[in-house]
Design a protein around this ligand. Sequence first.
Ligand code: ADP
Ligand code: MG
Ligand code: MG
Length: 246
Amino acid sequence: MLEITNLHAKVGDREILKGLTLSVKAGEVAAIMGPNGAGKSTLAHVLAGREGYEVTAGSATFEGADLLALEPNARAAAGLFLGFQYPVEIPGVSNLLFLRTALNAQRKLRGEAEISGAEFLKRVREESAVLGLDMEMLKRGVNVGFSGGEKKRNEAFQLGILQPKFALLDETDSGLDIDALRIVSEGINRFRSPERAVLLITHYQRLLDHVKPDVVHVLAGGRIVETGGPDLALRLEAQGYEGIAA
Ligand code: ADP
Ligand code: MG
Ligand code: MG
């Protein structure tokens, strides 16, 4: 589904990704772990097409199409979702209006009809119930006045409403207490399906107790330096990142 080959990328004049190669298959939940500053968030931003991140070599394809040639909105319409490490607040734009507008913009780019009000509300009710978000919160400005945990639950809510094909979640577990971690994990597990893929970026193993990955990659020094099964995450938790070849 996602094929990244020898990707090099710069932020400013610093090269952060230095020949990263990674492939994620449909149906797979893959984790990327790695030390602080390894380039995990940079990878997420490059894939999402964020401004200021310059790809200098390599390629990334999504379902065979050149992802890097697409504008960010076209990447989203193609089915790529990015959950941010630090979700932004958007005062004055209600959560629900934001999501309905985003969903319809994506459907339009795909040549699909707008979602009906009834269908949208059905999704909102189902997902908000699972994630423990009340209607009052969902009508407020996007993430405005939300706690760290609520912002992360809102990311999982967006995932459930937009129903992308590929979810790239950057440290969705950071700042969550145990209950919120369990709730967000349930949201991610609900999203799992043979037609979809999830790439979980995390610094810690604990998220992977709740969302069992099929494969674990280690990112260090701007490259994937090791790949293994769930046991690799346990080993890193026990040993730390020291000794990982960067
Ligand atoms: P991780 O998410 O793995 O902790 P990041 O991708 O956030 O790492 O950062 C990788 C490196 O890139 C770090 O050394 C960081 O300081 C640097 N970096 C990230 N964003 C910027 C930026 N906007 N300007 C300059 N350096 C940056
Ligand atoms: Mg970090
Ligand atoms: Mg990061």
